[in-house]
Write a protein that binds this ligand. Structure first.
Ligand code: 2HA
Ligand code: ZN
Length: 271
């Protein structure tokens, strides 16, 4: 079930148009039930040192998409296009224990691992899924908006009441950094201290959630809000949005707390 759901998620990301060519990658911290679905896992190579160790993930096993794979192919060749990476007890190295046949983990592995480490701590262990993808309308916003986290979230939350409901943790706007670099990994995990998604300028989105459905739904909801904005612009321009007090009331009705520093009238926290 768990692995079937994972393969369906990779298919769905491709079908959404979020994953051209080798775009996008996924990683999931496995619990005992999920690990039990890979009874044939075994050491498939030596420990590979990590430039940025992740001590809080020591001993964990993650299901990760492969470097260069096309998400549309993962369900057709899972042992090539994804695999399990087991972290050494000190979090300073990993080794493949299933899959990655002729391949290796995603080029964004450092960003995934450092992000898991932060979100594990911030969520008390609940968050297990990190999803990276290239949704076209969210990326297009980088070309028209000021590079500003508060403006981005107010715009998206103001488009539809489901926006704050589905991503109350907000989206951090991250200035451009080279894909796969140590710099993008460091800046992403810093942003995840506060927000549950990160928009990489001109590139795509990183999302963290407890379940695959929630991670996918958060990105869908953000992309939907961006498309509503795009449609409103095409219809002559945005004249009205959900006001901040309505956004706050929607969140309160669901017992959700929107990330601080975005809405007016909440006491001036910095975002
Ligand atoms: O996996 O999307 O950011 C390919 C990418 C890199
Ligand atoms: Zn990418």
């Amino acid at each position: 079930m768990f692995f079937d759901d994972f393969l369906r998620l990779t298919d769905d990301m491709a079908r959404e148009g979020w994953a051209e060519a080798n775009a996008g990658n996924l990683s999931i911290r496995l619990d005992g039930d999920a690990l039990a679905q890979f009874p044939d896992r075994q050491c498939r190579g030596p420990w590979i040192p990590l430039a940025q160790p992740v001590p809080d993930l020591g001993g964990e096993t993650l299901l990760v998409t492969a470097k260069g794979c096309q998400l549309r192919n993962v369900s057709h060749a899972p042992r090539r296009d994804c695999g399990l990476a087991e972290l050494r007890a000190d979090g300073g190295a990993y080794r493949p224990v299933w899959g990655f046949e002729g391949t290796a983990p995603t080029s964004e592995l450092a960003a995934h691992l450092l992000s898991h480490q932060v979100r594990l701590r911030r969520s008390g262990g609940a968050e297990r899924v990190i999803l990276h993808t290239h949704p076209v309308t969210l990326i297009a916003l980088c070309h028209v908006l000021e590079p500003d986290t508060r403006q981005l979230n107010r715009l998206l939350w103001g488009m539809h009441p489901e926006a704050v409901s589905l991503f109350p943790g907000g989206i951090a706007y991250l200035p451009f950094a080279i894909p796969g670099s140590a710099e993008i990994a460091r800046a992403t995990c810093e942003a995840f201290e506060t927000y549950s998604m990160v928009l990489w300028e001109y590139h795509g989105i990183f999302a963290s959630a407890d379940t695959m459905d929630r991670a996918f739904g958060m990105v869908q909801a953000a992309e939907k809000a961006a498309r509503i904005y795009q449609t409103a612009c095409a219809l002559g321009g945005v004249r009205r949005v959900l006001p901040d007090d309505a956004i706050a009331a929607v969140a309160a009705s669901l017992r959700l707390t929107p990330v601080a520093g975005i809405l007016d009238g909440e006491g001036g926290h910095g975002a």
